[in-house]
Design a protein around this ligand. Structure first.
Ligand code: MOS
Length: 730
């Protein structure tokens, strides 16, 4: 039995879900309209911290179409989260505490969304207010989360190593809260049929979401199904289940009718997780040739009292990136009364590498060593803390190819030395790194009597292209056209063991499972062909029967699987495949990249513009070149936002300063430069037989540093507080 790859891997493949999405046929969480549907709207706290003394619901209850108003004084029962469940550390409406401004303190249910929203505006609350802690500065240094340190023999401390270094650089950087802003606002439609609950809600991990909802509502997990076949972006914010989904399901249970909650755009900013604010200090010690002798990375990250994701910006950046005999990573968390934080695309790596790569650029300026050369001199073949080798690392090639494509060799060493009319012109570069996470995964492959193959796995496609990855890999493994393969994701009822769509790990983890499932399905098909008495191959030795390109063949006879299934009177043959990555691997798995960019800063207005961007990545094997390029390009565009636009300061009363898309700026086409994305073709021999490492997040890492370094080259001004806005360049 052999399979016959069709050679689709690594080529340009259109999204299999593209036509349906373009035609408006893909249904998202809020597109479901079950019979008897009610609509709910969240009521949010308007003070930063304290407690709700009284809620006046009389006007809301009297408003047209209102069915129910739930508050802490008329709660919907929810269990508290277990410490293992990610997200907020409390359940809404179960007590009167206000943990942050924007916390859900009520749910208004009505017959239309407009009536629910209007009535929600009629709910008023009295509060006992206590002062909010909202500033990282006030709480720094925060509580250490375990210091990572490695010192050379005889070196007493990192401070001593730094003091003994001929050249030292200290760089402190900061950034405010940032927001995910998925294209699809968070929404949930909950339907109970008897004691079975179906929840339509965007989820990065549908099976984990179903388990969470079951636990919080106190129902049998086997009776909860989460469906999120189409999901309009996640970026980390759809990893946990937020209170809106829990309250929606609880309200539907209480009222005996389906309920839908759609967050307003402002509620997406204020009620659910953001990337926490963080301040970092990098101290580098080096010899006069720029070789690192010591590296210290300290951070103070926001950790809301209401719970959230813990920002560890040194862990997968400075602790891995360069060779150095002395290193210390001290990551601290500061408790604040802010809305919950959650991981946001390259969650710690984007801020962490902004800090490190800005400091490296300052070291380059101090030593006069070209930024690329400086990084080559500090290239690591193993991580500097544990001394483990990388599974596959071609970062030097990324620098070389990137420098060539960009034209780096013509760079001048002196900042503010190039102009074009009224524009100051500068170039900058930075290294990128992101861990290659592997999860154990399960997939199912089915031959159907309609001639189609179905590849399923209970992960999510957040717009990332997972449908197409499953279809391409299934088609390649089975030797059938991509067009004859259907991919299924986004359903907790698919075989257990689906992976969460986070950590850039879906392709890395799921592809080996799909391959295993394909092989198992082929075996099952051949077995059926020799065992089924109606089969033309009945009674043959399975070893004499082979599967090839969708056909079963033996003794000069070749039958396609559709015809075979019809002959046997069997509607389908399917099998499940699973993989469990070897967690005891001696290797460290990381993706790498090198960014190069040209920035222009207006001499009179200080306006910074990114003119062109070149990035080269080392991400292992790529499944779909078209989707990969889009992913990487999208990340780089996000990096332009990280560098130049995105920030949401929190005011002393806990209010976000920019909680709308009019105030919180993200890059638009006019902000987007010409982007040249390239990747090397080096399958990772250790991560899996297939060799893919995943590329969802690496593209964003260090983009802000490359831009900041180019801004320095253009202007001679180093901006340490993101975003780099024109007021900081005048
Ligand atoms: Mo991503 S921040 O790993 O969902």
């Amino acid at each position: 039995m052999t399979t016959s790859p069709i050679g689709r891997i690594g080529r340009e493949t259109d999204r299999v879900d593209g036509p349906l999405k373009a035609a408006g046929g893909a249904r998202y969480a809020a597109d479901h309209q079950p019979e008897g549907l009610l609509h709910a709207h969240l009521v949010q706290a308007t003070v930063g911290r304290g407690s709700v003394r009284r809620v006046d619901v009389s006007r809301a209850e009297a408003a047209p179409g209102v069915v129910a108003v739930f508050t802490p004084f008329r709660p919907l029962p929810l269990n508290p989260p277990s410490p293992q469940q990610s997200g907020e550390n409390y359940s809404a409406l179960q007590d009167t505490a206000v943990r942050f401004r924007g916390q859900v303190i009520g749910l208004v249910v009505a017959d239309t969304p407009e009536r629910a929203r209007d009535a929600a505006a009629l709910v008023s609350a009295d509060y006992a207010v206590t002062p909010s802690r909202t500033s990282l500065a006030d709480g720094s240094p925060g509580v250490a989360q375990g210091v990572v340190q490695k010192l050379a023999d005889g070196v007493p401390s990192i401070d001593a190593a730094l003091a003994a270094s001929p050249v030292t650089v200290t760089t402190s950087v900061s950034q405010h809260a940032q927001h995910h802003i998925a294209m699809e606002p968070h929404a949930t439609t909950a339907v109970w049929v008897d004691d079975h609950l179906t929840v339509y809600t965007g989820a990065q991990a549908p099976q984990r979401a179903a388990a969470t909802i079951a636990a919080r509502l106190g129902v049998d997990p086997a009776k909860v199904r989460v469906l999120c076949r189409y999901t309009g972006g996640g970026f980390g914010q759809r990893s946990p289940v937020w209170n809106e989904a829990l309250l929606c399901a609880a309200a539907a249970r209480a009222l005996g009718r389906p309920v839908k909650v759609v967050l307003s755009r402002e509620q997406v900013f204020t009620a659910i997780g953001h990337r926490g604010a963080v301040r970092q200090t990098i101290r580098l010690g080096a010899d006069t040739d720029g070789r690192l002798l010591a590296l210290s990375h300290e951070s103070d990250g926001e950790l809301p009292a209401a719970g959230g994701w813990q920002m560890m910006p040194g862990r997968d950046t400075s602790a891995v990136m360069y060779r150095t005999p002395n290193i210390r990573i001290d990551q601290r968390l500061v408790t604040l009364d802010t809305p919950p934080t959650w991981s946001m695309r390259a969650p710690a790596e984007a801020p962490g590498m902004f800090a490190l790569e800005t400091a490296m650029d300052e070291l380059s300026v101090r030593t006069g060593v070209d930024p690329v050369e400086l990084r080559l001199r500090n290239h690591a073949t193993e991580d500097p803390v544990e001394g483990r080798p990388f599974s596959s690392k071609h970062l030097e090639e990324c620098y070389r190819v990137g420098a060539e494509r960009f034209g780096w060799s013509g760079r001048r060493a002196r900042p503010r030395s190039r102009t074009d009319g009224d524009w100051l012109v500068g170039t900058g570069m930075a290294s990128a790194i992101y861990p290659a996470w592997r999860q154990s995964a399960t997939a199912r492959v089915r031959f159907g009597d309609d001639g189609r193959v179905t590849v399923s796995s209970a992960t999510s496609d957040l717009g990332t292209g997972s449908f197409t990855v499953l279809a391409v890999v299934g088609a390649d493994e089975l030797g059938v056209p991509v067009g004859s393969v259907d991919a299924e994701v986004g359903d907790s009822a698919l075989p257990p063991g689906g992976v969460g769509a986070y950590g850039s790990s879906v392709t890395t983890s799921t592809v080996p499972a799909v391959q295993a499932a394909c092989r198992a399905a082929v075996e099952a098909l051949v077995r059926a062909a020799v065992e089924n008495p109606r089969s033309p191959f009945a009674g043959l030795d399975p070893a004499a029967v082979r599967y090839r390109r969708g056909r079963v063949e033996a003794r000069g006879r070749s039958v396609d699987f559709r015809t075979l299934l019809h002959a046997m009177g069997v509607p389908l043959v399917e099998a499940v495949g699973a993989t469990d990555p070897n967690t005891t691997s001696p290797y460290r798995f990381h993706c790498f990249g090198a960014h190069f960019c040209e920035v222009r800063v207006h001499r009179l207005t200080g306006e910074p513009r990114v003119a062109r961007f070149t990035s080269v990545f080392d991400v292992g094997r790529v499944v779909n070149a078209k989707a990969a390029r889009s992913q990487l390009r999208g990340s780089i565009i996000w990096g332009v936002g990280h560098a130049l636009l995105e920030a949401d300061p929190i005011e002393p009363d806990g209010r976000f300063a920019a909680a709308t898309m009019a105030d919180y700026l993200v890059p638009v086409h006019a902000d987007t430069p010409e982007i040249d994305v390239h990747w090397l073709d080096h399958p990772d021999p250790h991560i899996s037989e297939f060799g893919a490492r995943g590329l969802g997040e690496i593209g964003l890492v260090s983009v802000a540093a490359a831009i900041g370094n180019a801004v320095f080259d253009a202007t001679g001004t180093r901006v340490h507080d993101l975003p780099i806005t024109l007021d900081k360049l005048l």
